[in-house]
Design a protein around this ligand. Sequence first.
Ligand code: GLC
Length: 662
Amino acid sequence: MHNATSLRKLFLGAALAALFVSGAPTAVQAKKAAAAEWPVVTSPVKRDDAMEARIAQIIAGMTLRQKIGQMTQPDIRSITPDEVRQYYIGSILNGGGAWPEGKKQAAVSDWVALADAYYKASMATDMAVNVPVIWGTDAVHGHNNVFKTTLFPHNIGLGAAHDPKMIREIAHLTAKQVRATGITWAFAPTVAVVQNPRWGRTYESYSSDPKLVRSYAREFVGGMQADLKGPDAVIASVKHFLGDGGTHGGVDQGETRSSRANLIKTHGQGYYGAIEAGVQTVMISYSSYTDSGTGVAHGKMHGNRELITDVLKGKLGFDGLVVSDWNAIEQVKGCTRTRCVQAVNAGIDLFMVPDDWKKFIDEAVADVEAGKIPMSRIDDAVTRILRVKMRSGLFDGSPMPTVAAASHMADSKVRSLARDAVAKSLVLLKNSKRNLLPLSRKSKVLLVGKGADKVGSQLGGWSLTWQGDETDDSDYPLADDMLSALQKTVANGGKVDFSADAAGVDVKAYDVVIAVLSERPYAEMKGDVRIPETLRHSDRYPQDLAVLKAVSGKGVPVVSVLFSGRPVYANNLINLSDTFVAAWLPGTEGQGITDVLFRAADGKPNRAFRGTLPFDWPGAACPEVSKKPVLFKRGFGLTAIKTSKLGKLVEDKLATCPALPE
Ligand code: GLC
């Protein structure tokens, strides 16, 4: 009996043969046509006939309103457990900055109590068969919404580490953190293959290398979902389908212009890896898609039936559930945030309608009753939702954890893995002084920089709050910023003095200056650097240039460490540094940085630099219009023993960038 895959191969082979026989396009053109075809990928999670029969039997006993309730996902700030019962709600989420009872420092037990209340409410409806609710959360660098959780480096740093096995372990320990709070679904991994570092979500991308993204997607999903049913298993959500990282000018939620072939070859890779690992949910992208080969503008992805149904569910054989993004359906032409027939018919199964969910339910019921949405589409959506819930064991009983599971948030295992990931993520871009690194722990260190004593500068967005702002070090009692990491590293006669701006400091009294350069935290569109802004870091953060000017050229070596969510144009900062390290957004374990910068306590070298750039590093303030857009190619990275012959870099004077050709 042929399965879909072999049938597809058969069809493709027959089609190519037909082409030859008809003498139509040449072999090269036919090969190109085949290459522009979506790959055959196979999920290890097979259909279970008994499960499918049970799903059909449950659906047969559901009313239309119960079915639409299953397809609705409110935010916890706008729905009570009893409303989950009343409205037959299938899923809830906590958006960034949503915590139990609105408490930023809510305890793990508060999360578990709320999850248990929602679960119990969903099992107390008047349905013929109760369907347990599933809670989704953005655990994108650890379980980052929860107080006192160990946070891993954001994806950009993990991409620099080039370590797929580590990704699997990070996903596994993140799943243990998530399950410890009673939650069973994470909106991760992001598999954007970012083309332009102007995008505010560059740091959520592993790399511009599609092959690395595919291998990471496979390992992350495998590590997070495990065998789908264990106490540590969490359903993953590969996102954002399709082409989120390729928008014109790097504009968030913008227009991705790509040939079909490039969509397949570049932007699709993370989905192939995730499906090969059995991913059970896919989140749709806010972006729109214009086929640069044909010029056809296909509009917003949330209305794209061809890519969601014909490709993702058809050709790629994805049989889990497809979820919309936060109010994203309102961006589809002719839609509102509570009504979008096009998005339902395009193949989206679960709708993230955080606030106006009651109206969404009423309007969707009306649209089905009016014949605008076929009941078969509703039944397909609910089938997929129930299939994911059954596969994940939700029907087998309460997913609530033991009290002991709370230790998984920041136990020694998770902290040492996070610290190891930080060390592996660091990329040495300049090292002009022979034998400067690794530093002695007995050094007299002057630490400067506005972000050096603020752990928030190394966490980025999606850290307790959506934007990673409105927090301070008291929100991260277990974390190490650079100051505390140095204080735990330097000893035996060494010392660390801190001055944010080095004002009035006699630099010559020290053996070395460590200068922390940093971006403010941001997420999504709030992190975009849009034309005419340049990619020059010091345009946005002049204090970083000022502090380097204050400490450089005094006969004391300057080691600069940059916390950023993207590669930036930094020639002026690199010129003022003897050593320059890209540290990305390393998370809570700041000692991962000092592990590499300093020798071990016994004076021997500790950890070597091994990170390499996951993206090209800009060589111009406006790379789009420069003849020398790249300073360091993706894959570049020095080791401490290798000094760089960088010399003084030319400093681009452009203060603004010209508009891109439309
Ligand atoms: C956001 C993001 C998405 C996230 C969702 C829920 O807008 O685009 O990545 O999972 O909302 O927070």
